[in-house]
Unconditional design. Structure first.
Length: 194
């Protein structure tokens, strides 16, 4: 009988069955490097940001700011930036889908896309992953207060709002925590192989 460790891992990514052979997980640096190397050089002004978590790879690239007449107001600038992002989204759709399929087969993670232009950012596609949690009454009361006051539409939205708030207010601490975890992962990879 085959052990769990030697079996290939299979999961569904956007309706497609993705099988990852028995191999170590890919590091965020490896994934980011492959993505950046795979993207056409002409797409973005600078190296795109590639964010990797357990489920998803999010690629956001910077597009040129549209040329506008001097003194264009904020509304005009925002509309022009949105138009630039929409044009990029439509013109690159087929190639982005092909790159996403290749990356999903390689890394067994969903690939999502977004773009920035000027002050505008739009994420075209990305996962909304259910997260199971158990909350006691005091925590549920906080969520219900946010829902009852109209800050959030549901407990799920309220919980997402709370997570965003923590991320904004504890950003420095979270960065330190992530760096510490990266160090542990680096040391773990250097250890003896089973």
């Amino acid at each position: 009988m085959e052990s769990r460790k030697s079996a290939a891992r299979t999961r569904s990514v956007r309706g497609e069955r993705v099988t990852r052979p028995n191999s170590p997980d890919h590091s965020p640096e490896e994934i980011s490097g492959w993505i950046i190397g795979r993207l056409p050089d002409s797409w973005f002004e600078t190296t795109p940001s590639v964010t990797v978590d357990h489920d998803e790879i999010l690629i956001i690239g910077r597009l040129p700011v549209p040329d506008l007449a001097d003194g264009a107001d904020e509304v005009t600038s925002a509309a022009a930036e949105a138009g630039r992002i929409t044009r990029f989204r439509e013109e690159t759709r087929d190639e982005r889908m092909m790159i996403a399929r290749e990356g999903q087969q390689r890394f067994a993670k969903t690939i999502s896309w977004g773009a920035k232009s000027g002050e505008s950012t739009l994420v075209f596609t990305n996962l909304s992953v259910p997260v199971m949690t158990r909350l006691r009454q005091p925590e549920r009361t906080v969520l219900d207060t946010l829902v009852d006051s109209g800050v959030a539409r549901s407990r799920s939205d309220a919980l997402a709002w709370c997570v965003k708030l923590v991320a904004e207010n504890a950003d420095e601490w979270l960065v330190k925590l992530r760096k510490a975890m990266e160090s542990v992962e680096t040391i773990r990879r250097q250890g003896p192989q089973a």
